[in-house]
Design a protein around this ligand. Structure first.
Ligand code: PEP
Length: 255
């Protein structure tokens, strides 16, 4: 049994005070709780502390996540954030391998794998992103491409509880474009990801790992994705920047 998950990726949006305001808005919108749905917000690193305080002071029904991490414990890595730093501020989750990190900052599958290992060692749940470009989809190679990413990203990972590892399938052509994948497109890949997880981790663990869809997901279309057998939630960019639209997606997942 997999609890659904709705995770918000604020990307490089919201100053410290705007982040606190958005988190407070979300507390208000979700005042009746989130049922069995796990809700996560991933603000920019500089906003983490402020959002952590809102979560703590208001017993908010959502958890905190980072957007990126470096795999070393500490040292001369200017601009980076260590897993222990995320842990200390109360982050329970962290996005890794987002396509923007891969394309603008050269993050590779090997990096994503090292980041996952570092997070797991600190008890932080990786939300590990994968997804194909439009060119790869048009060439009909999208399933093989994503399966290969998942194999590389999960190599040698160790965790007992399958809820401790999350995958987000985010087709690059659908991110921030308004051009969302159909629910069937999402199921095709998420089903292939599940089959790959069975090969890597075995049937039982693979059955418990959440797979999210991301890419122009919004209140109007999230229900379609959630109706698919291998889609367990959504990683949400644009629609997570307003408390009412993000909360509406959480409520869809609760229905
Ligand atoms: C994302 O970047 O993780 C994302 C899914 O963005 P959007 O929802 O804006 O497409």
């Amino acid at each position: 049994m997999r609890n659904r998950m709705i995770a918000g990726n604020w990307k490089m949006n919201k100053t410290f005070s705007e982040g606190v305001e958005l988190a407070l808005g979300l507390v208000e919108e979700l005042a009746d709780g989130t049922g069995s749905v796990d809700v996560v917000v991933c603000p920019p690193a500089i906003d983490l502390k402020g959002v952590a305080e809102v979560i703590e002071q208001s017993s908010a029904p959502f958890a905190l996540g980072g957007q990126n991490v470096y795999w070393e414990e500490s040292g001369a890595y200017t601009g980076e954030t260590a897993p222990g730093m995320l842990e200390a501020v109360g982050a329970a989750y962290c996005i890794i391998g987002h396509s923007e990190r891969r394309s603008y900052f050269g993050e590779t599958d090997e990096d994503v794998n090292k980041k996952a290992k570092a997070l797991l060692a600190h008890g932080i749940v990786p939300i590990s992103c994968c997804g194909e470009s439009l060119e790869i989809r048009q060439a009909g190679e999208h399933v093989a491409f994503v399966v290969d990413q998942v194999r590389k990203d999960t190599e040698g990972l160790e965790f007992d509880d399958p809820a401790r590892y999350v995958i987000a399938y985010e087709p690059i052509w659908a991110i921030g474009t308004g051009m969302n994948a159909t629910a069937d497109d999402a199921q095709e890949i998420c089903g292939a990801i599940r089959a790959t997880l069975v090969e890597v981790f075995g049937e039982e663990k693979a059955a418990g790992i959440r797979i999210l869809y991301g890419g122009s997901a919004k209140p109007e279309n999230v229900g379609g994705y959630l109706s698919m057998p291998d889609v367990d939630g959504a990683l949400v960019g644009g629609a997570s920047l307003k408390a009412d639209s993000f909360a509406a997606m959480v409520k869809s997942a609760m229905a």
